[in-house]
Design a protein around this ligand. Structure first.
Ligand code: TYD
Length: 133
């Protein structure tokens, strides 16, 4: 599967830790949008969609959650639980976010502005599109 786990350099000293994220440096695209989820809890599953053009990096900046990735052939679960680790999610990758710890803050860096037309929200439709790609 062509997702990537990114390990960010931590600038740390006795005052604490700092991670810097830069377009086309440690983030593999131009960052056009940032959003984040919070007030989540373990019983809810989010996501359940894929994107046609959008690339994203997901970072659990506080707490933990599980990201399910599915490229139409293989399904894998990735635990995000570190503020210095990112998950690069390429195009045409079905994703679900679940097992949110209480207080989890999941930040998403995106390669484009919000566009509902870029979403594939039906899993059957997603399977058809990847089969025809
Ligand atoms: P939704 O796609 O359901 O979130 P998730 O994929 O995390 O389950 O989005 C929730 C709402 O927020 C929905 O009404 C669309 C809106 N939204 C925006 O307006 N801008 C954005 O950048 C995003 C990601 C969502």
């Amino acid at each position: 599967m062509n997702y990537k786990l990114l390990n960010f350099k931590v600038h740390g000293d006795e005052r604490g830790s700092l991670v810097s994220l830069e377009s086309n440096k440690n983030i593999p695209f131009d960052i056009k949008r940032i959003y984040y989820m919070y007030d989540t809890s373990p019983e809810w599953v989010r996501g359940k969609h894929a994107h046609k053009k959008l690339e994203q990096v997901l970072i659990a900046i506080d707490g933990a959650c599980t990201i399910v990735l599915d490229d139409g052939k293989t399904r894998q679960e990735i635990l995000l639980n570190r503020p210095d680790a990112g998950l690069y999610v390429p195009v045409y990758m079905w994703r679900e976010m679940k097992n949110f710890s209480y207080g989890c803050k999941l930040m998403v860096l995106a390669s484009d502005l919000y566009d509902e037309k870029d979403y594939i929200r039906s899993y059957d439709e997603f399977l058809k599109e990847v089969a025809n790609a």
